[in-house]
Design a binder for this molecule. Structure first.
Ligand code: SF4
Ligand code: SF4
Length: 470
């Protein structure tokens, strides 16, 4: 091939996946129903909360808080997000090392939404042969109606997907009404439009191209595979025999007849190829386009059952098992991933359970570090941030400890009251008269004492008082 022959663009070959029944298809429908149920209904689940929206899950961008059932995640808890990401990454490494691309085949948004789009296509346009015929047909009223209905239903699903995502970022009942009366904020419309468009393009138009060309995970997941990893594979020895595969024909009907002539169990019906959402032939060996959805297993099992031959011509197996060796699902690498995963999950849960209800942080004003007052006393200034993460209002008393004779000046503030989820910023001054031989800097604590706040404990924050060197 000369340099000018190199093709950088390959025209998409349309794929018309045939429907299939079987245990993996049932499992996939089950996961899909659960995922859709959670995604579409969760914003509507009411939740009793003193402060914040009465909605189980809500992401409050303005208040910089995320509400997840009884857990309120504040901006300061951002390290939890890092914990979630670490857990997600190692869960992916762990599962992929053992079971290959199960995430792609069963849980990925792209797979779940494409499955629904294919279902719509089938309900409107018919089974695979009818869809192929329709595409070859010239444009006319019937074709326009079927294609138009399919695209309208796709757009409806895409719009519901986009709108549901938006409802997580506000109080769903209000945002929903506001959306249709033109009262919703601009980002709500922009987000819904963006997700509607991307869902429609990804699940309706691009489909397997997303897995094949766009998804980064599809590119690097091969690095997590080894010879023990479960993959969907065709049993070549059984399917091909010594004389290859052959359709059912005279003298090649029973297994005994076929085996006598060296013909394998594959009757070359092509069902496994027709059901494949990425349009590959698993009988050609492992291919990077395979998302491990196991629909070809269901297809081949159906054929084997109808022939009354044993199932398993296509099955989940490992490279080692294919070569007669023992598969070891748990080994050093996977156990290592598992240990990191468990440790990260435990650390995250412990951190969440021990979330402090009253947060304090203190920073010293350094310009100037200290001021000498006309009466000879020394004054240092501090910026204090208090964050009430509890669901109740209470008063707090602020004091200093470890700085004998010091006076705390709260300015105009007489009472400090913290309401649920309130953040307060205070500027305070600490003054003291210098003693002979006083060190240049003295460590002390700010003490915050909640009053009438049940079992919310006192909080101490270390700080330093600076003093001129004279
Ligand atoms: S080859 Fe089988 S498992 Fe792989 S994507 Fe196609 S149908 Fe799914
Ligand atoms: S479904 Fe089974 S029998 Fe039919 S072509 Fe595929 S592997 Fe062969």
């Amino acid at each position: 091939m000369t340099e000018t022959d190199v093709q950088l663009y390959q025209k998409r070959v349309p794929i018309y996946p045939r429907s299939v029944k079987g245990r993996f298809r049932r499992l996939k429908w089950g996961i899909l129903t659960l995922a859709y149920g959670v995604y579409f209904l969760l914003p509507w689940l009411p939740w009793d909360r003193v402060a914040g929206p009465q909605q189980a899950v809500s992401f409050d961008i303005h208040g910089r808080r995320f509400y997840l059932f009884d857990l309120t995640v504040h901006a300061q808890d951002i390290f939890w997000l890092a914990g979630f990401l670490v857990i997600g990454a190692f869960l992916l490494f762990f599962v992929t090392g053992i079971a290959g691309r199960v995430f792609c085949g069963y849980f990925c948004f792209q797979t779940l939404w494409t499955d629904v789009y294919i279902l719509i296509e089938r309900l409107v346009q018919g089974e695979r042969p009818a869809r192929i015929r329709l595409d070859k047909q010239p444009w006319g009223g019937g074709k326009l109606l079927k294609k138009g209905t399919t695209h309208l239903l796709w757009l409806l699903v895409a719009f519901l997907t986009g709108l549901s995502f938006t409802l997580y970022w506000g109080y769903a009942p209000e945002l929903f009404t506001g959306f249709f009366t033109g009262q919703a904020p601009f980002p709500a419309y922009a987000t819904t439009l963006f997700l509607t468009a991307t869902t429609y393009v990804m699940a309706g138009l691009a489909r397997e191209q997303v897995c094949t060309y766009m998804c980064p995970y599809a590119r690097f997941q091969g690095a997590m595979f080894d010879r023990d990893t479960l993959i969907v594979a065709y049993d070549e020895a059984r399917g091909e025999g010594s004389a290859g595969r052959h359709k059912v024909a005279k003298g090649l009907k029973t297994r005994e007849e076929r085996q006598t002539q060296g013909v394998g169990d594959c009757i070359d019906c092509g069902y496994c190829v027709q059901v494949c959402p990425t349009g590959i032939d698993i009988r050609n060996g492992m291919q990077y386009q395979c998302i491990s959805c196991a629909l070809c297993i269901d297809a081949c099992d159906t054929i084997m059952d109808s022939m009354e031959w044993p199932r398993g011509l296509i099955k989940y197996t490992s490279d080692k098992a294919q070569h007669g060796e023992k598969t070891r699902l748990l080994k050093g690498k996977t156990i290592g991933y598992g240990v990191i995963l468990l440790s990260a999950a435990t650390a995250l849960i412990v951190s969440m359970l021990n979330q402090v209800p009253l947060d304090i942080s203190v920073s010293q004003v350094r310009q100037p570090l200290y001021v000498r007052l006309s009466d000879g006393r020394i004054q240092n200034s501090y910026e204090i941030k208090l964050n009430n993460k509890a669901d109740l209002s209470y008063e707090v008393r602020l004091d200093v400890s470890g700085l004998g004779g010091a006076e705390l000046d709260l300015g105009q503030l007489e009472h400090i009251v913290l309401h649920p989820d309130q953040r307060l910023q205070l500027f305070v001054k600490v003054r003291m008269r210098p003693h002979a031989n006083q060190p240049e800097k003295k460590d002390f604590y700010f003490v915050v004492e909640p009053v009438g706040a049940g079992d919310i404990p006192q909080v101490k924050w270390p700080s330093v008082f600076y003093h001129p060197d004279d």
